[in-house]
Every structure is written in structure tokens, then in C-alpha cells.
Design a protein around this ligand. Sequence first.
Ligand code: SF4
Length: 463
Amino acid sequence: MSVLRDPVAMPSRAAASGTSSDLWSRVPGPESRVPLSLYIHIPWCVKKCPYCDFNSHGLRGALPVHEYVAALLADLDGDLRDFGDAIAGREIISVFFGGGTPSLFPPDAIAEILEGAAARLAFTRGCEITLETNPGTVEHGRFDGYRQAGVNRISFGVQSFDDEKLRALGRIHSSAEAEAAVKLAQDAGFDNINLDLMYALPRQTPDQALHDIERAIALQPAHISHYQLTLEPGTPFAKRPPPLPDHDAAWDMQEACQAQLAEAGYAQYEVSAYAQAGRRCTHNLNYWTFGDYLGIGAGAHGKLTGLGTRTAEAGCRSERRSRPEGRAAGAASLPGLGRAQLHVRRRWKVKHPRAYLEGAASDARISGDAQVEHAELPFEYMLNALRLIEGVPLDEFAKRTGLPPDSIAIPLRAARERGWLQNDPKTLHATELGRRFLNDVIELFCATIPDRKNKKADENCHP
Ligand code: SF4
């Protein structure tokens, strides 16, 4: 039974709970206008796909469902104790169960997590609640349970409708099972459904990629995410690469698929995201517009914006444990910083499920926690915002990072001179050429930051 039917009526303990560090001073302030989401990571899969570098672990033995639900809520309590004042008065606009394979968890466990979250946080009315689902893990009746639990959006990891390609990708389901699973969800009343598809698959031809799109459109999902298969370091595919289409062939495939999606009413609004009218993904849009999010679960990442003063720039007083790979130490100076500054803080949790479970009720669950240096903020912002097809107003950059627009004047000029950004002084908007070479565009904004090439758009975003 769901408690989320009128989630806005839920009491918020965040307002009353805990303390915050001195970097996380009181609301109201600009930070209170940054939207807030909740990401929940479920780190198990039936088996690991050879291309996947997400924090997912092949299941060995019984799934510790009850233990993990308790750990998630203890983790949330810990974050609310630490960040309570920075969260006070803010409502959750979206919840995303990602993984891993969240659909390995039965509906009553998902209900318990959502009830626990709603007892601790205020949710907006109509809060988008997405559950990632592997078509090989669901059977009749399960979707009714997820709906009753409060889930209102299902995201299926379909990847392809070609059985040979599914085998090459190590997927556990067939194309027929994927179609059957989508229909089961539709029969249960889900009308907000996303299908994840990949292109540039091993030995894939443009016709095969288009055929996948046709089969997806025939199911009439509200949203389609269309990702290029890439070789991620440390994966079996990276060690023994399958024969993949080259960059130009992949680009041609993407363009042909994009045209077919547009003809069927799916407008591209982000590099990999297509939606019917009014069906853009609230949760991912919050990542791409540099919104805030709490991240609970093994390996989950969170980001929060707070107010501080320049005295905090000399170092990360709130920092504990490791920095993420390649994160620069020490604050580099940027032109135009005022006295009162926004500070962006990131926290990420221990990745291994066993270690996470053991430490969930204590600080041992936290793998790292650091303030983002001001010099890194332009890169972090562009990494996400330039993925949006319509771009973002330049004003939004200032609001979300606290940095003046002239702090990025030099890389902006360079990007515009190369034809990578539109020549509009009021927006940050990649041209088609810029989207094709997005990594190069983004690198312009991290000239002072070493080793950022492998950084991805938001860490919780799932391909
Ligand atoms: S791609 Fe999805 S199903 Fe496959 S291992 Fe990664 S998270 Fe699990």
C-alpha cells in the first residue's frame, strides 16, 4: 500500500533534523531554489553485462532485500542529519531507482523504501518516481504492485530488439520478452514508460539500428533513450573489443534514428533522450541542469548546493576521505568571485554492497565527501548542460554555480570561434558540430583541471 498518493501532505523530518556544517548555512537563500531529487541505487543484477561499468554486481545467493531496505533508510537518516538545514523547506521533485537492476526487488520492498523516504522528506505533488527494470526479471502481477507502491514511471533496459545483438551484449532477455514486459506494464496502467536502446552495436548495420527504433516506436513508449555503445575502461568489452562501427558510421546511424524518431513524434531534447510532448524525464533534466540530489545506496552519488563565504575557498573543510580520481586539490582563482558564494558539495557512498550494508548506519557508508572547487564548477556545469539540445540561458549558469558569466568568457569565446557553440551571448547552446565533438567542447572549460577526460555526465545517469 502506498503512502504517496498525496505525497505533498507527508511530514518532513528534514526541517527538524540534525545539524549542518558551517558551509551549509541557513535557508532561505539562492540554494533554496535549486530543485532537489532523490536517487536510490540497487547494486545487483542477475549477471553482469560485458559492456557495463556501472556499480552492479552479479547476484550470488539470496538477495538481502530486508537488510538493504533498512540500510537505505539508515543511509538517508545519516544524510539528513548532516544536510538537514540545507534541505529544510525543499521538496523532492523526482525519485529514481537505478542500478543494477531495481526490479529484482519485489513491490513490497519498493513500497517500504518509498514510505520510509516519504516519512522523512516532502515530495512534490505528482513527483516523478521511476523504477529501472530489466525485462528478464518481471512477471505477471509485478507491475500492479509497483504502481501501488507509488512508482509512476518505468524505464526498461531493452538495448536492442535483435536477438543476436542481445546475445552479443550478454543480456538475459530476448526481444519477445522485452515486448511482453512492456505490454504487461502498459496493462497495469503505466503510461509513462521509457525504453533504453543502444546503437553502434557489434557488427550493427544502419538498417538494423533503424529496425530497433521501429520496434520501439511500435510499442508507443512516452520516452526513448538512445545511447551509443562505448567501450568503458575495465570492462570485458574494453579488454577484448568486439567489432564496432567507427565514429562516422555511428554518427550516421544516430542521425538516421533521430530522423525516424522525430517523424514518429519523439523530439530529441538531450544528446541521448527523445520524448513525446510533455514526457521529458524530470529526474534526468534535474541532473542536466545542475540541480541537487540526495544519493542513497551502494556507490550512489549526491550533490547539494549551499551558501558559504570566501573563507571556505582556501580548502575543503568539509572534505573527508578520498577525492574522486583526478580531482584537483586547492582552490584555483576565478575572476569576479564575490564574498558570499554558493558552494557545491558532492558525497558518494561505498561501492561494494557488503561493505555498504555493514557501514550503512554509520559514517563508514561514506566513501567520499568534498566541496567542488570553484575552478571546477564551469566544467561540471557544462558537462551536463551542453547535452541539452535547446541549451540553457547563461543566467542559469550564474544561478546554479554562483560564478559570474565572465568567469567563462575565455572558453566561451574559443568554443564560439570554432563553431561549437551558438553565437548567442545570452545562451549556452551547442551547435550540431559542437554536439558531435562534445568532449572537446567540454574540455575547453577544464583547462586548469587535470585528468578530466573520462569524467561522465552525472554519475548516477544510467546508460
Ligand atoms: S547493463 Fe544494466 S543489467 Fe547489465 S550489468 Fe549493467 S546495470 Fe546490470
